[in-house]
Write a protein that binds this ligand. Structure first.
Ligand code: GLC
Length: 578
């Protein structure tokens, strides 16, 4: 394995970082003195997606051989001389060269002979698993448990056809080493002090690749644990990191994100295995039930609510310029982005005052933020800032292709939105306030800081936002920037979007500081964000602002945290090379 692969291997603990392979749904994790094999499925909990409940390897003397090493391409059981690796994205191969045995506990074991067998997990992506063995000389089946003993050689099992036919463990080992070798060859070079975490984050981006059926494209999902699909704004941030090593894969993320606009231009919240999530009608049944129990009108099928994500599509597209050379693709993509921007003004300005609102918390990306404790729709300074930035990017794109009239239209709308945004400023509180159904919301949250992104706020307001960022009672927590001000009654150090630090919010704020004339502060926030991910032990979904550790309910190996770590590390390395 390459140097970057070895650096990444230090983080592969089979708990926060499962053993997996680019393009595979299969995850191998630690369990009960051995391993467990799960499948990543859209909107299903991992414990409902069991391929092998437990897998234990035994040495010749009959004792359990513990995992002795984890590498991106293989798991080692040194005491048994056995390795486990992928055999293509849908199969796993176990092999050794002395005497060893393996015990598999599998739900739905259907049929097992000495050389082959099948079982039926009955999951959406795995109706049947089959296995073939070579060199097995003993087989014991007890209920759902099968124990196979080998003199050398080994066992391969896989989903559908991936389990059947001849196999070679050494060939599988070589192929896996080459898959990861190719991936790590693309890992961007960064400052020495950032190299270990960058390698791990690069591993996360490769590990999070799945193929969505029928799409012919690779999606880098937010997490194979919990979020198996392509989320609209996650794709933007993920593309921003991927571009440094794999611009083509970065482009594929936006291609998928932009492939399914509604007829009126709205981009879907999620693209997943079974279709898209673009309205409350498409919500998985579990989500709809929760909303119904909470008495929400959102569950009313007669009044579906559009679901999307914040208008940062142009922000993402701009990041691929200079990395991807495909003018025809850019033409189409800019067109899709332009139509999505019109959608916000034509269909999401729900009170008709010229300033679009969020019709549903999901569309903000900040689902649980206290700004949504108010009545919907919610007008919010972050949305205003994104729309201003997007109109300005559309204006500059339009003038670069000679469409001056369109450019002026976008620029004029950006000016109008900016003056509406300025009216959201609360001079007494010293922050931009959201409002729900026309009533100002008291909560002071990170959305109040995001207007910095426009780079066009009056000096006086910028200075007051800097005060808020420096105030320990507000946003200067030990690990900043919290998503809710510390003194706000809604602040929680652990609850999603109600206090914890998110890497995307920090990255946007750093950009806003630079755009607003404070490049030194921007650099300091970038460094602080890089330190947070290092201190917290990985690109988790969100971090406790008081301890800098992963919040309890946050998922691990999270796509945009990894991608933005890479993006910020590349940026920081250019600013101050080692
Ligand atoms: C959570 C976040 C949202 C994100 C999604 C997928 O719902 O609140 O912003 O897009 O997860 O990562």
């Amino acid at each position: 394995m390459s140097a970057a692969g070895d650096r990444a291997a230090r983080f592969l603990d089979l708990e926060s970082a499962p053993f997996t392979s680019p393009g595979s749904r299969i995850l191998v994790l630690r369990a009960d003195g051995g391993l467990t094999v799960r499948l990543a499925e859209y909107e299903r909990r991992l414990d409902e997606c069991v391929l092998v409940r437990t897998l234990r390897v035994y040495a010749a003397d009959g004792r359990i051989a513990p995992v002795s090493g984890v590498h991106p391409d293989r798991i080692e059981f040194a005491e048994a001389g056995v390795t486990l690796t992928f055999d293509g994205p849908a199969g796993l191969s176990l092999g050794g060269d002395a005497r060893w045995s393996v015990e598999l506990e599998v739900p739905g074991l259907a049929d097992a002979g000495l050389d082959a067998g099948t079982w039926r997990p009955e999951l959406p992506s795995a109706a049947e698993v089959s296995w073939v063995a070579a060199g097995a000389d003993d087989l014991v089946v007890r209920g759902d448990t099968v124990r196979l003993s080998f003199a050398g050689a080994g066992l391969r099992f896989g989903i559908g056809a991936a389990g059947a036919g001849a196999f070679s463990h050494p060939a599988a080992l070589a192929a896996s080493a080459s898959v990861w070798g190719d991936w790590f060859a693309r890992c961007p070079a960064v400052r020495d002090d950032l190299a270990d975490m960058t390698a791990f984050c690069w591993w996360v981006l490769g590990a999070n690749i799945v193929s969505l059926p029928g799409r012919g494209l690779r999606a880098v999902v937010p997490s194979k644990i919990g979020y198996v699909g392509l989320w609209q704004w996650d794709a933007y941030f993920i593309a921003a990191g991927l571009r440094h090593g794999d611009p083509e894969l970065a482009r594929e993320q936006l291609e998928l994100a932009f492939a399914f606009p509604t007829p009126d231009g709205q981009l879907p919240d999620v693209v997943h295995d079974e279709g898209i999530l673009a309205s409350s009608d498409d919500l998985p049944p579990g989500d709809r039930d929760n909303l119904r129990r909470a008495g929400s009108a959102i569950a009313d099928p007669a009044a579906p609510i559009p679901l999307t994500k914040p208008p940062l599509a142009a922000w993402a597209l701009r990041r691929l310029e200079g990395f991807v050379d495909d003018p025809a693709w850019f033409d189409d993509a800019w067109e899709t982005v332009a139509r999505s921007q019109e959608w916000w003004f034509a269909h999401s300005d729900l009170d008709g005052d010229g300033m679009p609102e969020y019709g549903h918390p999901y569309s903000s990306g900040l689902d649980d933020s206290p700004v949504f404790d108010a009545e919907l729709p919610v007008a919010s300074p972050d949305l205003a800032a994104y729309l201003i930035v997007q109109d300005e990017l559309l204006a500059s794109r339009a003038s670069s292709v000679g469409e001056e009239a369109a450019a002026s239209r976008y620029a004029a709308r950006a000016d109008r939105t900016l003056s509406l945004l300025e009216r959201m400023w609360d001079d007494t509180g010293g922050y931009f306030r959201s409002s729900g159904a026309g009533t100002p919301v008291a909560a002071e949250t990170a959305v109040s800081l995001l207007p910095l992104l426009t780079g066009r706020l009056p000096e006086r307001l910028v200075a007051r936002i800097l005060n808020a960022l420096d105030d320990p009672e507000r946003f200067a927590t030990l690990w900043a920037v919290p998503t809710v001000a510390r003194h706000d009654p809604a602040f929680s150090d652990e609850r999603m979007w109600r206090g914890p630090v998110w890497v995307n919010v920090n990255a946007l704020l750093a950009e806003g500081l630079a755009a607003s004339g404070h490049p030194d502060r921007a650099r300091a926030l970038v460094e602080q964000t890089l330190r947070l991910v290092q201190h917290g032990g990985g690109p988790h979904e969100y971090f406790n602002p008081l301890t800098g550790q992963k919040a309890r309910t946050a998922t691990t190996a999270f796509g945009w945290s990894a991608a933005l770590f890479v993006d910020l590390a590349v940026q920081a390395s250019a600013d101050s090379p080692a």
